[in-house]
Ligand binder design. Structure first.
Ligand code: RIB
Length: 308
């Protein structure tokens, strides 16, 4: 089984169902509340483990209850958590999530806590784990200098890389040539390219701009429109969405997508086929409540793709 190593952040998700956000000074009564495991890198690791990879997560947790919950999740999901750092210096983070009860759309404020304080020296300490990976995946909840170091270590060990640029933050130009697969959503693609990404033609222009900066495969997720891939042959490929039923909660769908895409790549699929596998995983996740808890297992994904 291929091993995928994720460098990412765990936070505890505090999700509130409400049809609108409060204004400053206002209290809005919500319709429901759930607490569960979150953080983009952690969600992606859970999604990949459920979709069939051997997964290692590299992160930093506080020595607190949220950190203990995270460790328990990794034990339950069969994720290698031996390299996780526990610290007294910062607390484990949390996210406020608003979910719209009718559309399932979400808005998030994340405070990344201990995971957001991962240092370059700590990433250097994970060099051996990164070098042993079949694929290395990271995202931008991790501080950019640590992301850059992780990508450099993977590249120098010949390990292919995936960067999910979420949330979008300014990136040094030096990062792009280290990325074999880049998976922004529309908002992130707009922020990082400076171009509008409202429809397929615009998405192709943004993807080509990322390719010009040195990215191997630019794979833009387009919500209900599926995903758009531009790889080394420069030919745009539109991957249609895969519906698994009514959309309940879109939170974490991008993480389900990136985690499953990583599994497909690690199993040797071409990028377009891995993206189709990822669209199915994301299609299932939006039919369920939560982030990591909503991710699909391998049998469910295969069944939806008619392989089960
Ligand atoms: O991508 C969804 C995730 O973003 C949530 O789990 C939340 O924790 C934030 O990190």
């Amino acid at each position: 089984m291929a091993r995928v190593v994720f460098l990412g952040v765990y936070v505890t998700d505090l999700a509130f169902w409400s049809d609108r956000l409060p204004r400053i000074g206002e209290t809005v009564v919500g319709q429901d509340f759930r607490m569960g495991p979150g953080g983009k890198g952690s969600n992606q690791a859970v999604a990949a483990a459920r979709a069939g990879a051997a997964v290692t997560l590299l992160t930093k947790l506080g020595t607190d209850t949220f950190g203990d919950v995270a460790t328990h999740v990794y034990q339950m999901e069969g994720i290698d958590h031996r390299h996780i750092i526990r610290t007294d210096d910062e607390t484990t983070g949390a996210a406020f999530i608003m979910v719209h009860p009718d559309t399932g759309e979400n808005a998030i404020i994340v405070s990344t806590g201990s995971g957001g304080a991962i240092t370059v020296a700590e990433v250097d300490g994970w060099a051996e784990a990164i070098a042993q990976a079949d694929l290395f995946v990271t995202n931008l909840e991790v501080p950019v200098p640590a992301v850059l170091r992780g990508l450099e270590l993977a590249r120098s060990a010949g390990v292919p890389t995936v960067l999910n640029p979420a949330p979008a933050v300014a990136l040094p130009e030096a990062i792009y040539p280290l990325v074999d697969h880049f998976t922004p959503n529309e908002t992130e693609a707009e922020a990082l390219s400076g171009l509008p990404v409202g429809h397929e033609v615009e998405a192709v222009a943004a993807a080509r701009l990322f390719r010009d900066r040195g990215i191997g495969h630019a794979l833009l997720t387009l919500g209900e429109a599926g995903a758009l891939l531009v790889g080394p042959d420069d030919e745009p490929v539109l991957i249609p969405p895969v519906s698994a039923g009514k959309v309940i909660d879109t939170t974490g769908a991008g993480d389900a997508f990136t985690g499953a895409y990583a599994v497909g790549l690690s199993e040797g699929l071409a990028a377009a086929a891995a993206a189709r596998f990822a669209c199915a995983a994301a299609g299932i996740s939006v039919t369920r409540v939560g982030t990591a808890p909503s991710t699909a297992n391998r049998a469910e994904i295969d069944r939806l793709l008619g392989r089960g």
